[in-house]
Design a protein around this ligand. Sequence first.
Ligand code: XUL
Length: 509
Amino acid sequence: MELFLGIDVGTQSVKCIVIDCDSGRIAAESSVNFGRDLPQYASPNGFLQNENPLIRQADSLMWLDALELAFRHLAGSGIPLSAVRGISGSGQQHGTVYLSGKISSLNSKSSPAEQIRPKLARSRSPIWMDRSTAGECRELDARFGERLRRDTGSPAVERFSGPQIRKFAKEDPDAYRRTERIHLVSSFLCSVLCGSDAPIDFGDGAGMNLLNLNTLRWDGEIAEFTAPGLEKKLPPVLPSCSIAGALDPYFAKYGFEAGIPVVVWSGDNPNSLVGVGAAESGCVGISLGTSDTLFAPMRRFKTDPDGCGHVFGNPAGGFMSLICFSNGSLAREKVRESLNVSWEFFDHDACARTPAGNGGRLILPYFEPESTPLVLSPRVCRNYREASAAEEVRALLESQALSLRLHSEWLGEKFHRIRLTGGASGSEGFRQILADVFQAEVETISVTNSAGLGAAIRAANTVAGIPLERLYALFCRPEKKISPNPENRILYDDLLERFRSFEKSALIS
Ligand code: XUL
């Protein structure tokens, strides 16, 4: 048995997936939900309550306790974890962890969370949902203008790590001075696994407004303006196929062999690009998770003139595009709750019993602040007064699909094939809407945890040298294929134009 472990530390849960590269099977999976399984952290949606909807922070120790619980479940599943030959992982992007000392080997007397607690220079980590840094973004844009987008792949973005670090350094300069290391969620978890300070990879590092994509090094000038002495507080940045260290002996208690290689972790979107098998194949990935994201490998490095799309490192080499829609499953869940319907209703009533185009009904579902397009004050706009529950659901799903198409136009590519992943990819009705709106073949793979799978694939590729093509053939074979209905082409081309003007007018008003 040749086993590799991928760990995904997401917004709402930690998930583990073990792949067996001999048989091509998923050997085991485990999952820990922050709200359900760790109620002591009072974070039902993965972040701490805050009256200000722009502030979204999490307790970084929650991720460590969840990791341990996920390992315990994995060990309990009966697979021989001693056969795991390598590990890698995936973190929700942009979130930052502030430490007053470097991470060192763990002792077996107390939990990793208890051992890390005294090392935290800041008890709360801002996560990707935080939008409280508009002022810092303005300052960065005023200082660097176009250079920020040209060199880091994005203009100053509220949720990105650089503006978050700048805000912290301004608001709490003493704690910032005490901070010796600033990690991303991904490099923090990787460091704890290794019992030593781990690097950041190009995939996740590019989501910080600090990495110069031309040199693939921290941009000293931008880092110094962001916060004094910042470059020295950042870990080194390396390609995703680097070994970060060896598994700390602490984790042998779960059955792992101490010292097995831990491959540098990456962000959830770069990992998902690998996990859906799209890192080299010329198709686009759409992940329907808490946020909806659209990502694709980039032939040529280009940036979004509207500033909503980003360029990250592609773990398979080169670059990738990423567009993030914060109100993904978050909005679907809100609409489902407000109508008091089931998920089955989405497919069986809403999608099956209402016509494509839905009488032109459109929704801008900014229940939470939105990244694409940038909306800081949450609000929901409808271009209609009346709708049945089924029509309301279709209006949401069609609008979400149209927004994905509209805001990926800057990539200048017609997508012929979409690999769909994430929880909502299970919806037959939504799959058909996406196929029709994009007029593209939509494919799903059997594993929905594509970020964890991508991490496991990267571990197998880096540690055992198994070619990515072989790993894609083993684990990312399309399971379902949905063809677009050509009769809906013109209808959705027209609806896209309506959506464009509706969004434009709603953003002005
Ligand atoms: C991407 C983004 C989210 C997070 C959480 O820029 O903010 O997709 O990575 O999944």
